[in-house]
Design a protein around this ligand. Sequence first.
Ligand code: C2E
Ligand code: MG
Ligand code: MG
Length: 321
Amino acid sequence: MPYPLQGYQYRSTPSIGIAPFTGTESTTVSELLKQADLAMYQAKAAGRNTLRFFDPQMQAVVTARAALETDLRAALAQDEFFLHFQPQLRQSGAIAGVEALLRWKHTQRGMVPPSDFIALAEETGLIVPLGRWVLHHACKLLASWQNDPLRRDLTMAVNVSSSQFRSPSFVDDVARVLAITGAPSGQLKLELTESVLVEDMESTIATMEALRAYGVGFSLDDFGTGYSSLSYLKRMPLDQLKIDQSFVRDVLSDPNDAAIVHTIIGLSRSLGLDVIAEGVETEEQRISLGEAGCDLYQGYLFSKPLPVADLEAFLTQALKG
Ligand code: C2E
Ligand code: MG
Ligand code: MG
């Protein structure tokens, strides 16, 4: 029931966690309370004002997460991260640049894909030092290309997650990395996702403008899967839309995906933005995208993401032709 407090009507809702105790298992009181607490946080996560029963699966998830977090913290210190680079090509087949993709080689777990640790890195705040590490190494490579006439015009795309972009030090971090590495800022392209745009538009625009003043460009990754409205797009200082690979995958078989691809390309034209398709795996997809007016391509058809030595070999081969 609502209740009055100093003239205001208050309404409290409970989130309830329940740990069943049958009296047969050898559970201690403090374990039971811990289980009930875990279940309560599940109830909160489910939107509050509800209840959840503890089940051992919850415990397993929390334990695995805690272990991953510990490992993630150690990984930065122990240099277990490295970058792969995937080429981006023009309609003509010429190489326009690369995208840096983070890899984690764990001593016991082996290769851990970004989908398994980026979200956790965001939640724990580790994404800020990790993102700085990525920027630094990507910019070092970009800078190293400046003395090579064949490589000096290539662009470097770097993924930036939402909480990294929001961190108060982000603009300074980028500026410092550019200064230290000597990378040409005009060839650095930060890939943002739509979640960044919709969260707090005014501060997003301010951060983007501050970076743009250094010459840094922006691409909108996974475009079409988020919630950005056309009025956001119009106001953002973007350079490129990146068509999400889910639309590219079925562009030949699903008329809806084909229609979406055409719409995104038309939209980018109207807004004066470049457009790149990601996840291009077949020649048929490339042709269909080309007919729709796509400028740039990235995907297994051209190359998988490569370790730096393989990338250099790929570039040498492709650029001399
Ligand atoms: P993304 O930025 O959209 O990257 C594209 C993903 O598609 C990459 O997966 C890439 O390896 C994969 N891919 C490329 N070509 C093809 C293709 O032809 N077919 C298919 N099926 N897949 C293709 P990856 O490397 O596992 O990265 C997954 C996501 O993790 C990235 O999606 C990005 O959101 C995030 N990520 C990667 N590196 C970083 C990073 O340094 N910082 C942050 N914040 N996020 C990162
Ligand atoms: Mg990306
Ligand atoms: Mg993407």
